[in-house]
Design a protein around this ligand. Sequence first.
Ligand code: FMN
Length: 226
Amino acid sequence: MSTRAGSVSVEDLRQLLRGLEVFAGELPVFDPSQAPDTPTELFAEWLLAAVDAGVREPHAMTVSTAGADGNPTARTLILKGLGPDGWRFASDGGSVKARDLAERPYAALTFYWSPLARQIRVRGPVAPESPEDSAADFLARSAGARAEALLGRQSRPLADLAERDTVVKESLARLEAEPDLVAPGWTLHSVRPESVEFWQGDKERRHTRLVYVRSGEGWDKQLLWP
Ligand SMILES: Cc1cc2nc3c(=O)[nH]c(=O)nc-3n(C[C@H](O)[C@H](O)[C@H](O)COP(=O)(O)O)c2cc1C
């Protein structure tokens, strides 16, 4: 087995990883006794703080799913909104995530805002939103994003980049002629949270975790050991 990764030795990498600083700089203090009654309110507060702190793509989250075999797949997606049914994201009908969700309609979402040392984890069942909402989401996308999604080829093998550029160009031309086209499989999904956990990192490792667990129509709050 090779002990080198590229031109850096495995030992060098190990040293580098051990030497990297975590939670540098000024971090916010999270007082869980002041936390609102619902996780949605606290999520909105933390998202706004991430936007104010200049976090790049603060609305990007890791969406983890599992198919019928139970094996997880995770990928980054953009949060589309917080509807009455929960955290929303959209998927191409032919993608791996769409297939997983058809087999096992359950997801875990993870947000990490590095400059604030904050993580939020959301878990719950996933349900599709109405075809009207899905179509509205599709039509709100940029022309380039719609052209790509219209092809319905996400996650399929691609021969070369020139093929991508040619086919997307054709798809853009199609959209110009028919601007109301909606990709047939485009679906907006909502994760209805069963639990939402807020984690505030601390340089001295006095991390704070607060989990909201759904209880009837409301929420129970519980501190967790970090
Ligand atoms: C910051 C960021 C945002 C992304 N946003 C989306 C998105 O909103 N929708 C999407 O389908 N893929 C998005 N992607 C690409 C996905 O991570 C993933 O590669 C793609 O959805 C295929 O996933 P799948 O094969 O598991 O279905 C994004 C990637 C990054 C890094």
